[in-house]
Design a protein around this ligand. Structure first.
Ligand code: TYD
Length: 205
């Protein structure tokens, strides 16, 4: 029986996560794996509905605590419906964002205690931990620039917020044994190659 693996792609807005997640999905499929691609918030019917609330600029202020539980609700549904069954079937799961996003956005930038977030996550994820976390690093100015003129509710929070996000990722990545930081200011193909190399190391382990 093949062993399932959870690969998570993380990083600040505008770091190219979604593009890289798709490229990785294609590369793994071409290499004979049957990867499952998921994203947070979303990836399930419930998750996509909650995503609309979370990202709607007209939603107004949602406090970090409520945000935490909305993101966790999406995560719990995704784990139950998609990730856990896929891992149990020996599949490789690529997830565009996971718990590290909440630790950085609602914790470091939002002000919630990291331990409180971890406690709620233990319930939502049933203790599931990624095998590899790829942190696509990009300075806040470049990330926000790439996001363009129609920022969503999270992306509207300004440069200072996003600088805290970037630093938060770098700090937490140092303490996370599953994390690899990748300089995502470079060409898409160069970044994709580096991601695939890190992934193959884990898959061939
Ligand atoms: P994302 O899907 O990366 O946005 P986009 O489709 O525009 O690339 O993520 C949506 C936003 O939600 C992003 O700003 C990060 C934020 N977020 C949190 O604040 N906490 C979380 O736990 C997650 C998963 C995302």
């Amino acid at each position: 029986m093949k062993q399932g693996r959870l690969l998570v792609i993380e990083g600040p807005d505008g770091g190219g996560k979604s593009t890289q997640a798709k490229l990785l999905n294609n590369a793994l499929a071409a290499a004979g794996y049957e990867p499952v691609l998921a994203r947070e918030p979303g990836g399930t019917r419930l998750g996509e509905e909650v995503r609309k609330i979370l990202l709607n600029p007209e939603q107004g202020e949602i406090g970090p605590c409520a945000e935490n539980f909305l993101f966790m609700a999406c995560r719990a549904q995704l784990v139950d419906e998609v990730i856990a069954p896929a891992l149990a079937a020996g599949r490789v799961v690529i997830c565009d964002r996971f718990l590290l996003s909440t630790l950085v956005y609602q914790g470091i930038a939002g002000g919630l205690q990291l331990d409180e977030i971890r406690a709620s996550a233990a319930m939502a994820t049933r203790g599931l931990v990624p095998d590899l976390t790829l942190v696509l690093d990009v300075p806040a100015e470049i990330g926000l620039d790439r996001v363009g003129n129609t920022p969503d509710r999270m992306e509207q929070k300004g440069l200072e917020f996003h600088a805290r996000i970037r630093q938060g990722y770098l700090d937490l990545a140092k303490e996370d044994p599953t994390a690899v930081v990748i300089d995502s200011t470079r060409e898409i193909e160069v970044v994709a190659k580096e991601i695939l190399a890190a992934v193959m190391q884990v898959l061939e382990d």
